[in-house]
Ligand binder design. Structure first.
Ligand SMILES: *Cc1c(COP(=O)(O)O)cnc(C)c1O
Length: 393
């Protein structure tokens, strides 16, 4: 009997149930084409929506920041880690989002863990969409507030939960993803805003897959619906469309200033590095000066989705560049993904428990970095494998 036997057993269970994650190794920068496990493939897996991950202007900004500022912040933000670079990024993000304030943190996940327990505690209540991101779930677990899960994108169910449980509680917080990463659907934010106002609840939206994608020039979901000033707080990430790494909170100034005093990851974990912050600032600047990349992203998404639908594929309920290709059984999705990879297309299969049973899919992430030729190659390859595996007639 070894005291680590439980690990061996759990790893065996993961393998037996097909849940063991095979972690691939990337051997080149993130781009339209990327070397994956030694093979050059068309990359349809990354969140590199705008091609910023290997953008020459972002790289130059990061290199210059290392020369000017060094490599490490050497402290948490609240002691000696707040450089003027961090404040510049926060100001640029607030302007870009049309928010009163912004706070830079180490990751989007960290931003959720920072914000939720700071806003609600014992005696309070959280209403959270059934398909919210794992980091929202973990943020809720760090709070002592009571939690109610409402049906996915269903304001009717949210309202009945508010009706039943809001009275008698101190503060309430409604939390939703802006864009849901498995289906690419968009939260019905105008309805949720009204419910928040009617039932005196704070409203928090995680815009991780919306910023750089939705709204004018990628300003996000609040801009997309014209709801400026009616969402209390937004969570953002610098690791998806912005192409770097890091997270942030934007919204009402009371909240972003409060978090400088209360957010535990801000107080107890070191600041983001100068190179990352400088690259993020450059990404926000580029988006601020032109909508070209965001327009190309949407053009590419439309082109790919139309091509897939014409061939007879089901792209689910996607309203964004996240394109699920619905296949049903997990085994089929895995075989499909493996065959795509052999033919030079890197796109991930998702099965239970990431998505419900019987709703396995390949998730295709479209990028502005893809050319029309890349998308034609992807469509041809999907068509070929679709016929081979009997998905298409
Ligand atoms: C990806 C994602 C995060 C995490 O962002 P990181 O910066 O990678 O930590 C948080 N929330 C949502 C909705 C996401 O999709």
């Amino acid at each position: 009997m070894d005291r680590l036997d439980f690990i061996r057993q759990e790893m065996e269970r993961l393998r037996n149930e097909g849940l063991f994650v095979n972690i691939r190794t990337i051997g080149s920068p993130q781009d339209a084409w990327t070397i994956v496990d030694g093979k050059r493939v068309l990359n349809m897996c990354s969140n590199n929506y705008l091609g910023f991950a290997n953008h020459p202007e972002l790289k130059a900004a990061a290199i210059k920041a290392i020369e000017d500022w060094g490599v490490g912040p050497a402290a948490v933000r609240s002691i000696a880690g707040t450089m003027s670079l961090h404040l510049e990024l926060e100001q640029k993000l607030a302007e870009f989002k049309g928010a009163q304030g912004a706070l830079s943190l180490q990751a989007g996940l960290i931003a959720n863990l920072s914000t939720i327990p700071a806003l609600v505690d014992e005696g309070d209540v959280i209403y959270t969409d059934q398909l919210n991101h794992a980091s929202i779930i973990d943020g809720c677990r760090l709070s002592k507030a009571e939690r109610f899960i409402y049906a996915h994108c269903d304001p009717g169910d949210l309202e009945s939960k508010l009706k039943e449980t809001r009275a008698g509680k101190r503060r309430a917080l409604i939390i939703t993803d802006g864009v849901f990463s498995m289906d690419g659907d968009i939260a019905p934010l105008p309805d949720i805003v009204e419910l928040a106002e009617r039932y005196d609840a704070m409203l928090m939206v995680d815009d991780a897959h919306g910023e750089g994608v939705l709204g004018r020039g990628g300003r996000g979901i609040v801009d997309h619906f014209g709801l400026h000033g009616r969402v209390d707080v937004e969570i953002g990430t610098m690791s998806k469309a912005f192409g770097v790494v890091g997270g942030y909170v934007s919204g009402r100034k009371e909240i972003t200033e409060y978090l400088r005093q209360k957010a535990r990851p801000f107080l107890f974990s070191s600041a983001v590095t100068p190179a990352d912050v400088a690259a993020c600032i450059k990404a926000v600047e580029i988006l601020g000066r032109s909508t070209e990349l965001v327009d190309r992203l949407w053009d590419n998404a439309r082109y790919f989705k139309e091509g897939m639908k014409e061939m007879g594929f089901d792209t689910g309920r996607s309203q964004t560049p996240i394109t699920p290709v619905m296949l049903g059984e997990a085994k089929l999705a895995q075989d499909f993904s493996r065959r795509l990879f052999e033919e030079g297309v890197f796109a991930m299969a998702l099965g239970f428990p990431t998505v419900p049973r019987g709703m396995a899919r390949i998730r295709v992430m479209i990028s502005a970095a893809h050319s029309k030729e890349d998308l034609d190659f992807a469509l041809a390859t999907f068509g070929k494998i679709g016929k081979e595996l009997g998905v298409l007639g």
